[in-house]
Design a protein. Structure first.
Length: 199
């Protein structure tokens, strides 16, 4: 039986959750209770996300000339997606900021300026053609209905951070500190969630 809803039911922009699995390399430094200079907490990032941008999907046309007229046809090619920008509030112990910082630190070590300088992942980038699976993760954003049930999944495969935003500090401003992170990713998929379960 199809689900019937009122035409007045509209999706609200604040009804979503974001799921960021820990990439394989970062799993090697996950701590159970508290982070250190060498470890991260597993769920520290997801809880503070308050905004994200789903990218535009573009399959452009091309003009085909014939005789004295022109006709537009599809190129059948998707344009590259823009990066996924995620806004989040920094927690008071910087656990979520530290999670992204350490992820970026694996991609380019802040001391040696090389990939995985501590060899956390156990593989050198020059010996493995599957190295992206070590440092990337499939990120999902789920849109929620008015009952907090998942309705649509926006999935970003092989995602990894490329930019961690700055932090503005000021003793004249007592509001919550916020920043952003940009993820690059391989492919973008949108699909309906067939079995709608409560979170």
């Amino acid at each position: 039986m199809p689900h019937i809803q009122s035409p007045l039911n509209k999706f609200r922009k604040d009804r979503f959750i974001m799921v960021v699995p820990i990439p394989a390399t970062l799993r090697e430094i996950v701590a159970k209770y508290d982070r250190t200079n060498a470890t991260v907490l597993p769920d520290s990032f997801t809880f503070s996300v308050w905004g994200a941008v789903v990218p535009e999907v573009t399959v452009p046309s091309v003009t085909q000339r014939y005789g004295g007229q022109s006709m537009k046809i599809s190129t059948h090619v998707r344009e590259p997606y823009s990066n996924l920008t995620v806004n989040f509030t920094i927690d008071n112990r910087f656990n979520n900021y530290w999670f992204i910082y350490k992820w970026l630190d694996i991609l380019n070590d802040d001391h040696s300026s090389s990939y995985d300088a501590s060899n956390i992942g156990g593989e050198n980038k020059y010996t493995s053609d599957k190295i992206i699976k070590k440092y990337a993760a499939d990120i999902s954003i789920f849109a929620l209905d008015e009952y907090d049930k998942r309705t649509v999944e926006f999935k970003y495969t092989y995602a990894f951070p490329v930019k961690l935003g700055g932090i503005t500090l000021s003793n004249r401003d007592a509001t919550e500190a916020e920043t952003s992170v940009e993820f690059s990713f391989g492919q973008f998929f949108c699909k309906l969630v067939e079995e709608v379960n409560s979170l």
